[in-house]
Design a protein around this ligand. Structure first.
Ligand code: SF4
Ligand code: SF4
Length: 83
């Protein structure tokens, strides 16, 4: 059993709340805009994530989820913002 941390980059409005709340400094803001014209958060250091879900709780746009998986998966390329 593992966990997968996903950010829906097109739901993100770039407020930065998740970046500030993360105790492990996993998240940063992308330098590329999403389809809504915002700079979305992305997992800069996914290997440091402890899946505490603080970022999910903090996000006002419900853009972040932590999903239980059969195997540990670090990132979901189709939903994770790139640098
Ligand atoms: S689940 Fe916790 S450790 Fe992982 S990115 Fe979110 S706040 Fe950081
Ligand atoms: S808290 Fe949500 S909306 Fe704000 S930057 Fe993070 S993912 Fe984007």
């Amino acid at each position: 059993m593992g966990y997968q941390h996903c950010i829906d980059r097109d739901r993100c409005k770039g407020c930065g709340l998740c970046v500030n709340v993360c105790p492990k400094k996993v998240l940063e803001m992308s330098k590329e805009v999403n389809t809504r014209g915002y700079f979305p958060a992305y997992q800069a250091r996914p290997e440091d994530c402890i899946y505490c879900t603080l970022c999910c709780i903090m996000c006002p746009d419900v853009a972040i989820t932590v999903i239980k998986t059969e195997q540990r998966v670090e990132t979901a390329p189709e939903t994770v913002a790139q640098k």
